[in-house]
Design a protein around this ligand. Structure first.
Ligand code: ADP
Length: 160
């Protein structure tokens, strides 16, 4: 049976820290599905369709990675995809407290699911989407934190 992992997140934006989790996840699973949660009540900073495109470009030629968007409970999406694993990154104890709670709820919703946590690579641990959004909001370059180029993202943003 294929070992499929769903890597769920807001990815607003998708960072080099997220990329690292996907690449390491590929050593453990046959397929990694990156699921961009589209919570209708939360306004995004980077548009969903543009971010999906940038992630797809990041993993172009990598057939074991696919990108989906969803507006549903993560556990339900995992079940529909046939994914018995959730992949998450752990940066610090604050992440742990939060992740501990959601992983219990996900097991309650889908008994067979296992959440697999990868400890962040030390050089990438300080990267967070919210800090990157703040840097960008105030005009600071953020390309060093992203696995794709912001100018490409801007181009798509304006076309769309
Ligand atoms: P969410 O809104 O679900 O927390 P995020 O997009 O912020 O989604 O993060 C998705 C996952 O990636 C989470 O498991 C988070 O801990 C992890 N993550 C975020 N930043 C990093 C990083 N720099 N290195 C490794 N994992 C990270």
């Amino acid at each position: 049976m294929e070992r499929i992992a769903l890597f769920p997140g807001s990815f607003d934006p998708f960072t080099k820290g997220h990329e690292d989790i996907v690449l390491r996840g590929l050593r453990l699973f046959d397929k990694v599905v990156i699921g961009i949660g589209n919570n209708a009540t939360k306004k995004r900073y980077f548009p969903l369709d543009v971010m999906k495109e940038m992630i797809e470009r990041t993993f172009a030629g990598q057939s074991k990675v696919i990108v989906v968007t969803y507006d549903d409970l993560t556990a339900h999406v995992a079940r529909e995809l046939g994914a018995r694993f959730l992949l998450r990154g752990l940066r610090n104890t604050t992440d742990f407290e939060y992740e501990n709670g959601i992983s219990q709820v996900n097991r309650y919703l889908y008994e067979e699911i296992e959440t697999v946590f990868l400890i962040t690579s030390p050089s990438l641990a300080p990267i967070s989407s919210s800090i990157i959004r703040d840097l960008h909001r105030y005009g600071q370059g953020i390309d060093n934190f992203l696995p794709y180029s912001l100018s490409e993202l801007n181009k798509l943003n304006h076309e769309g």
